[in-house]
Design a protein around this ligand. Structure first.
Ligand code: GLY
Length: 334
């Protein structure tokens, strides 16, 4: 069991050990919120674009939809938003100029999961991930197989290579510039009956190598749901999350007594303790638990995340775990 006192002690140790050229905040400077609500459903998601996604998910539940409907339709809002350069139809292409999308979904009841990676020409990978979970004996489909499955299931083929995305890709190719930052949507739902659901969808790193898969479709990496404990998800540099089973670690810390916020912070700091890059990792987590507690934490100045429940829908700021603006590129390659 991690008591609050032990969490602080461990964090203090972590802070002392994460040098790597920038100062991490002392535990005394970190203002914890440890927020909680008794309202249901409780829905949280990454970044300000999570707010309309949460509101859609809330409306779905209120009109009798299931937790899975809420995840798919909520995330679907971000996937259809062409102004969003890192999720769904507006996503930026890979180095070959092709948009490849990743997504996964988990249902607490039955501990079920579905996932797609490197999916081309389909606007809603989160809906395809659900279909993988519900209609196959498998968890994950990738590339051409995932696309064929989606087409066989009746998903419409969509040209995701928008003129705007192609123009940005041509500009990047001319300059062979650095990768851009990207903001995955991860959305977690605690339903009125206590069941938990989650999903994650992204176009991944802009201008990534063709075939590159990040943390977002990896169960335990970009998302993890345990119906007895809570749910967690990630955004940021997938390579720095998936090497550490980041979302699984968050849920496991909650299992051992940490609040969602503490578990997110401790996971970031554990990874920073271990990683040669220290805190400069571009990783961010959010989580909620079966008691209706929720929170988030990230490197650098943290990140914004959206919270909604009946009568409430806001964008909040996570715990921020260092005093620098970390770089948006990373992975394990220097
Ligand atoms: N977190 C999304 C990715 O790195 O692909």
């Amino acid at each position: 069991m991690i008591t609050r006192r032990r969490f602080i002690a461990q964090t203090g140790l972590a802070l002392a050990a994460t040098g790597a050229g920038c100062r991490t905040r002392s535990t005394l400077e970190v203002k914890t919120m440890n927020a909680r609500t008794r309202e249901r459903p409780l829905i949280i998601s990454t970044w300000p674009f999570g707010k309309p996604a949460n509101e859609r998910a809330l409306a779905v539940v209120r009109s009798g939809g299931s937790g899975l409907d809420a995840v798919v339709e909520g995330i679907g809002v971000a996937e259809s938003d062409l102004s969003n350069n890192s999720v769904g139809a507006g996503g930026l292409p890979n180095a070959a100029g092709v948009v490849q999308l990743d997504a996964c979904i988990m249902a607490g009841p039955g501990h079920r999961a579905g996932s797609v990676a490197g999916l081309e020409g389909i606007e809603h990978p989160i809906a395809v991930a659900r279909r993988v979970m519900e209609k196959t004996r498998h968890v994950m489909l990738v590339g051409a197989g995932a696309r064929q499955f989606a087409l066989d299931e009746g998903f419409p083929e969509t040209d995701l290579n928008t003129e705007a995305a192609q123009a940005k890709w041509r500009e990047w190719k001319a300059k062979q510039g650095e990768a851009e930052g990207h903001d995955t949507i991860t959305l977690l739902v605690l339903m009125p009956d206590g069941n938990l659901f989650g999903g994650c969808s992204t176009s991944g790193l802009a201008y990534k190598l063709p075939g590159r898969v990040g943390d977002s479709p990896i169960i335990g990496g970009g998302l993890y749901v345990d119906n007895d404990v809570g749910a967690a998800g990630a955004t940021g540099i997938g390579e720095n999350v998936m090497r550490y089973c980041g979302s699984f670690q968050v849920v496991d810390l909650m299992r051992r007594g940490a609040t969602p916020e503490e578990a997110c912070a401790e996971t970031v700091l554990r990874i920073a303790r271990k990683d040669p890059k220290g805190i400069d990792l571009g990783i961010y987590f959010l989580a909620l638990d079966t008691k209706g507690r929720y929170g988030a934490a990230g490197v650098g100045k943290g990140f914004d995340y959206a919270v909604a429940y009946p009568g409430y829908s806001e964008v909040l700021h996570s715990l921020a775990l260092s005093d620098t603006n970390v770089k948006v590129v990373g992975g394990h390659v220097e």
